[in-house]
Write a protein that binds this ligand. Structure first.
Ligand SMILES: Nc1ncnc2c1ncn2[C@@H]1O[C@H](COP(=O)(O)OS(=O)(=O)O)[C@@H](OP(=O)(O)O)[C@H]1O
Ligand SMILES: Nc1ncnc2c1ncn2[C@@H]1O[C@H](COP(=O)(O)OP(=O)(O)O)[C@@H](O)[C@H]1O
Length: 212
């Protein structure tokens, strides 16, 4: 599935490349990869984090499972093979956004460790930050923001993650947020603190924007 069918292709180099874009953007391009059960809070936290980063003067773009599956990945369902292909494509799209010098936030269940590692392997050492959005299944099920758990329990949604399909939690995610214990704001601040402490972003972009 992930094997290339294209042959005789030659990479065409541009004159404006990632370093030039990053200078213009005044920050690096990198990926913040959220993973977690349905209802764990991937979309909620990624939206709030994007707003926070945007307010700090960062160029951002959010890729969300439900949204991408209504367009680019509309041909994919939830079999293991389709989930693998889903994450493979998102890994490649995230790579394009890094090349564009943009901070991209991906919010996919991405249940398989191997697929997340594959997405990470497309990045250089430090431009992939995995965030484990951790909430116990019973908390997610109680939240059930879209009523999907109820339908999955009733048997009308097959292969539902956590119920009838597996989720493999990260073993070494850069960031571990517990949305059953911390508020959305606290989760966002935990991530921002990590990004600042590890030089992914710097404070003061907004204050200095337009200088020089
Ligand atoms: N069978 C099954 N299992 C899990 N989720 C399901 C399923 N069917 C539909 N949905 C809805 O699809 C969203 C998950 O899509 P993803 O692309 O993130 O899934 S995956 O990474 O390929 O596993 C998921 O969104 P989130 O609740 O935001 O995680 C659901 O809204
Ligand atoms: N600390 C928290 N972080 C994220 N979501 C939370 C938190 N506390 C409660 N919630 C609620 O949990 C639900 C998470 O849903 P959603 O963000 O769609 O999850 P996912 O994208 O992982 O499926 C929302 O209704 C949100 O308001």
């Amino acid at each position: 599935m992930s094997e290339s069918k294209s042959t005789n292709i030659v990479w065409h180099q541009g004159t404006v490349e990632r370093p030039q874009r990053e200078i213009l953007n005044r920050h690096r391009g990198f990926t913040i990869w959220f993973t977690g059960l349905s209802g764990s809070g991937k979309s909620t936290v990624s939206v709030a984090l994007e707003e926070r980063l945007h307010g700090m003067g960062c160029r951002t773009y959010r890729l969300d499972g439900d949204n991408v599956r209504s367009g680019l990945n509309r041909d994919l369902a939830f079999s293991p093979e389709d989930r693998i292909e889903n994450i493979r494509r998102i890994g490649e799209v995230a790579k394009l956004f890094r090349d564009a010098g943009v901070i991209n936030l991906t919010a996919f269940i991405s249940p398989y460790r191997r697929d997340r590692e594959m997405a990470r392997a497309l990045s250089s050492d430090n431009d992939f930050v995995e965030v484990y959005v951790d909430a116990p299944l019973d908390v997610c099920e109680q939240r059930d923001p879209k009523g999907l758990y109820k339908r999955a329990r009733a048997g009308s949604i097959p292969n539902f993650t956590g119920i009838s399909a597996p989720y493999e939690p990260p073993e070494e995610a850069e960031i571990h947020i517990r949305t059953g214990e911390s508020s959305v704001d606290e989760c966002v601040e935990q991530i921002v603190a990590y990004l600042l402490a590890n030089d992914y972003i710097e404070s003061g972009l907004v204050e200095t924007a337009g200088d020089g």
